[in-house]
Design a protein around this ligand. Structure first.
Ligand code: SF4
Ligand SMILES: [Zn+2]
Length: 377
């Protein structure tokens, strides 16, 4: 049988080929990955179990060769009740709960909207300090002071710049509070067990291919995890469930879902069908929770700003692209068209109001060129 290489050496074409392999090829590969992880850690391993279809299949695979492996379910408080009941119906499942709950995350940190990467970039900009000038500049124009290079991917995209300057705060920290920290705490209490995770490359789009570049067993990573289903697709998951008679939680069929997880997570929701997305479905299926999060905890406004439909007329217009005044020529420009940014002392007003651009001099493209500042390349 053809061996699957461990990781980063795959080219995109190879990864696409692997995604197209038949189920049994992938099963054998996953079992080898699982066994290697189990043996490397003397059996001190667990399955991060969400009750969703992927981790259900993963748990089945793991326990088909090592039946005593524990599953850990992070109860974020945002799961479908059916998913919780389903997860708890399995043997040997530890349930962990977050110290900080979702309403506190929304109030103190912000909303899980757009995506984690943009939320992280925006959060830096929205929390200006005298020490984070460089990272705020990176967020605004993509210029890295340490490398002296321009990286567009590190910048708030033009589309989301208006939100970065609005009163809505996107957050990247929600998963840390609700999932990662409770599982880390559990690991500490359980002598540093090593986790299996059901992440899959999906259908092979660019983001998914990035996941493909990491090894299935990341022994040396800062956060070592094993992802034995890396090359699996949804089709493989359902095929496996049928072939090996594994029960998948009923929510997928009951609510016409292709994903589960946190019901009120809005990451990526702007890309769904506005007539029939996760929130319009929740309005019908879970009206009380819907009303609580959307109307009482202010998610409606964050969704309006992010252009996500939720089955009500938007009450808040989308914020507009902000402007700045060029420190050189004094003319006004759109925030998505900055030539360069230099540092200066914070003004007294900035000390109090802490705007995103505190301690910054913004130059238009023409003035930046005239001053010989690093040019976008
Ligand atoms: S999936 Fe979304 S809602 Fe759930 S913990 Fe992560 S960011 Fe928060
Ligand atoms: Zn100018």
């Amino acid at each position: 049988m053809r061996e699957i290489k461990a990781g980063p050496q795959h080219t995109s074409d190879e990864l696409k080929e692997l995604l197209a392999e038949p189920l049994e090829f992938k099963v054998q590969h996953s079992l080898r990955v699982i066994d290697a992880w189990y043996k490397a850690h003397d059996g001190n391993v667990f399955v991060a179990f969400s009750g969703g279809k992927d981790s259900t299949i993963l748990l089945h695979l793991v326990r088909s060769i090592h039946p005593d492996v524990k599953a850990v379910f992070a109860n974020t408080g945002l799961e479908y009740p059916e998913i919780m009941a389903f997860a708890k119906s399995h043997d040997n499942v530890d349930v962990v709960v977050p110290k900080k709950k979702f309403p506190a995350v929304l109030a103190e940190d912000g909303f899980p909207i757009i995506n984690k990467k943009q939320a992280r970039t925006i959060a830096k900009l929205q929390n200006p300090t005298k020490r984070n000038f460089n990272s705020r500049r990176l967020s605004l124009i993509g210029y890295s002071a340490t490398k002296g290079t321009w990286n567009k991917g590190s910048k708030v995209s033009n589309k989301w710049m208006p939100i970065a300057f609005s009163d809505v705060r996107p957050t990247q920290a929600c998963c840390d509070y609700l999932k990662k920290d409770p599982i880390q705490q559990w690991r500490k209490e359980n002598k540093g067990m090593y986790g299996f995770n059901g992440m899959m490359m999906g259908e092979g789009n660019t983001r998914d291919l990035k996941l493909g570049l990491r090894p299935c067993n990341a022994f040396d990573s800062k956060e070592p995890t094993s992802i034995p289903l890396k090359f699996w697709t949804d089709k493989d998951v359902y095929e496996y469930a049928e072939k090996y008679d594994v029960e998948i939680c009923s929510v997928y069929a009951d609510y016409d879902l292709n994903r589960t997880g946190c019901t009120f997570c809005a990451y990526g929701a702007e890309n769904e069908d506005p007539e029939n997305n996760r929130f319009t479905k929740l309005k019908t299926s879970h009206p009380k929770q819907y009303d609580y999060f959307i109307n009482r905890l202010g998610m409606g406004k964050a969704l309006d700003y992010a252009g996500v439909a939720y089955g009500q007329e938007p009450k808040h217009g989308k914020p507009e692209q902000p402007h700045y005044r060029c420190v050189g020529c004094g003319r006004e420009y759109l925030m998505n068209s900055i030539g360069f940014i230099t540092e200066r002392e914070w003004t007294e007003t900035e000390e109090v109001e802490k705007p995103n651009t505190a301690g910054m001099q913004l130059w238009c493209k023409e003035c930046a060129a005239n001053h010989g500042f690093p040019a976008y390349s």
